[in-house]
Write a protein that binds this ligand. Structure first.
Ligand SMILES: Cc1cc2nc3c(=O)[nH]c(=O)nc-3n(C[C@H](O)[C@H](O)[C@H](O)COP(=O)(O)O)c2cc1C
Length: 170
């Protein structure tokens, strides 16, 4: 057990510490009016409000997706299954990828948002708020449409920097 004040940990140590919180894995998707598409792996995701239905994602100001925030008014969130680790890896990697969406099968859904094939759940959201927060922007969206694929019940999980599958119910 170690206790640290904020002069004793850097960004990497903070990220490692926060990694003890187990999450699912999402892919955030966007589309511009010229038809170009973008996707980024994100686990800084939460539901926010039930009425109206709202959720948030946190986008790193250094991520190439961040540059898109001035040009779009909607985004999608795709919750990955445990068969989609490769999808998470592709959209977490930097560099140039063949378009569109690095060849990952998808369709275009409500609000023109890309939907990744085979996800557990997708939503399309209208952007309601953009809050600057340190080196990230918190993107709050109102959910305009969603589909929950109830035939897939095995989420991809992320904990301490590694992928996991769901274990036994307690
Ligand atoms: C499991 C996982 C979760 C991630 N969560 C986030 C996140 O919530 N927000 C974020 O901005 N980046 C997150 N990232 C990092 C981005 O996916 C990554 O930096 C980005 O795709 C790099 O794209 P770029 O080179 O186009 O900027 C995460 C990466 C992984 C592997």
């Amino acid at each position: 057990m170690t206790t640290q004040d904020n002069e004793n940990f850097d960004a990497r140590a903070f990220r490692n510490a926060m990694g003890s919180f187990a999450t699912g894995v999402t892919v955030v998707t966007m589309a511009k009016s010229d038809g170009s598409l973008k996707a980024m792996t994100a686990n800084a995701f939460s539901s926010v409000s039930l009425e109206p239905p709202m959720l948030l994602v946190c986008i790193d100001k250094g991520a190439s997706m961040h540059e898109w925030l001035d040009d779009i008014d909607a985004f999608g969130v795709n919750i990955l299954s445990d068969e989609q680790q490769h999808v998470s890896n592709i959209f977490a990697s930097s560099g140039t990828h063949p378009e569109p969406l690095s060849g990952i099968p998808h369709s275009i859904g409500p609000l023109g948002i890309p939907i990744i094939n085979g996800v557990m759940l997708w939503t399309s959201c209208k952007i309601i708020h953009k809050y600057p927060a340190g080196d990230h922007t918190i993107l709050v969206g109102q959910v305009e449409a969603l589909e929950n694929n109830q035939t897939i019940n095995s989420p991809l999980l992320f904990h301490s920097g590694k992928y996991h599958q769901l274990g036994e119910e307690m």
